[in-house]
Design a protein around this ligand. Sequence first.
Ligand code: PMP
Length: 455
Amino acid sequence: MSLLPLVGSNTQVPLLDGTTRTYANLDVAASAPALQSVADRVAEVLPWYASVHRGAGYLSQVSTALYEQSREQIGDYVGAREDDVTVITRNTTDSVNLLAGCVPGRVLVLDIEHHANLLPWHRVAAGVSVVAGRDTLAGTIAALADELARETYALVAITGASNVTGEAVPVGEVVTLAHAHGARVFVDGAQLLAHRHFSLAESDADYVAFSGHKLYAPYGAGALVGRRDWLDVGTPYLAGGGAVDDASHDSGIELVETSWQPAPARHEGGSPNVIGAAALAAACTTLGGLAAAELDRHEASLRERLVTGLTALAGVEVVRLWAPEAERKTTGGEPAEPVGVVTFTVAGIEPGRVAAYLSAEHGLGVRDGRFCAQPLLKRLGLTGGAVRASIGIGTSVADVDRLVAGVRSLVEGDVRGEYVLVDGVWTLAEDPRPLVGPAGLTRLADTAGSCGASV
Ligand code: PMP
């Protein structure tokens, strides 16, 4: 039973045996379906859509107000402090690249991060250090502490929850540690915020970034929220209209003077995504109305059911960053309960084959590959990738049970189709399924992705 109504929750997909089944989307950690309230809000604002920050017409005034009001709602959702600024971006990747142009010193990260929270920091002039995670959370925090004591850092960039294992980082603990060494903290909220409420003010973290498409608002907007000072003077992220106060040319060739706006305009050159911002704000409002305890209960019980079901199967192993650390709760360490993201391997069966089978024979959507976290997967010895199932507000007990039953059938050899590797992608040797989808669709894509989907 979905916690909130979602668009497309009853979408039927064709199976190899000629029947159809309701699609069970267990890949929401990659991108989540739209909340019905978000789709309704988009339909409501579209007739009022016009230029933003650029027109005197009535609809322009409405759209501009809507954009700025959305900014406030998005900031409020993540507990922005009064002097924080909310920059509307495309997604988390965009937000991290933006912040990388504003950090006035070295950055410290762990190797558990998604590429989005690793690669942009290499652009920071003062450089980045990457600390390898240890096999316990306490050991990992201690490794961060050692590095912070050894060298001066402007920023510690850390994920709120791993997009590979769902394990959460005790953000408050990292903040206390970093602040004690004069470093700020950036939280990659791409996963965490889709699963759990988060507040800058409460956690005392300095920045957070997140993506609308993971927050049930897939309309192309994300956000970076946090301390204003660095953002007011950092490298303007998108040079262009709207980002400057004034620009002059000498003899028509050299740009001799540019007076950049402070944040957020400084980083939002070009025409803003007002529909995306309104969609993200609507998602924030709807999700903000969900009691934290209800959300946590839903996720925790489904995750527990999934992990228990999978680990009971011969040859199936659930991937973890850290050994369970029950003792942290008694020694003062902040417990960090995992979110609903579970990655596993099936002995002797390639992850891409598992995913292709679950789709074709069970109507299940899961992710396989290396999850844009290749340094971590290498350290864990998973160079061949793994399979990830993720739980969201629309996930039901029946979805989880269908996945466990599907993996059980696979392990027991109850496989109808013949699966072959074509150009690095596992696919059916012969696929009799009819093409279904929106009007005008001419073919299905293969699942190879730039994040190493099948390899
Ligand atoms: N960080 C984490 C933890 C993620 O899971 C993702 C998306 N998989 C990103 C960053 C990047 O998000 P986006 O693709 O929306 O920029």
